[in-house]
Design a protein around this ligand. Sequence first.
Ligand code: NI
Length: 183
Amino acid sequence: MTLRSILIHPDPRLKKVADPVTEFSEDLRRIADDMLDTMYAAPGIGLAGPQIGLMKRLIVLDCVKDRDAPPRPLAMVNPVVTWSSEERSVYEEGCLSIPEQFAEVTRPAEVRVRWQDVTGAEQEEQFSGLWATCVQHEIDHLNGKLFIDYLTPLKRQLITRKMEKLKRERARDGLKPEPKDEM
Ligand code: NI
């Protein structure tokens, strides 16, 4: 397994729209596995291609929180939200590219998502709860959107300044954060 390094905001790659995946190669499967390993190691519950500098429409997630329940690693290629509920839910989101920062974000409580698995087979499923929040957060990454883009400009600026400071500190002495529910 190869752990990939995770880009920290601000980074121009995190603001770009990722390209569709057209080749379902062995390479794609390997990258999806690396992304899952990287996500679990962080630890996090979701990770999107652009966060490792891969500008492709690939996300991974596993929102099983019960330690006794089996894990459910999902790799989604070219995911699209095909339906969202009127009902909204609020969750205190975090992001592996914005470590140690959390803020409430309001999103549709349930979404239906269509995607391809790593073999190219079409899948569709309806998600609720943390899964719904996380999959929307990850698809946002593919469109160059971060959870802080839902906040007021002032809050966003504050977090961005903290991240700039964190990047300087990490570059200096390699500090590691202790994240919770980051995606
Ligand atoms: Ni994220």
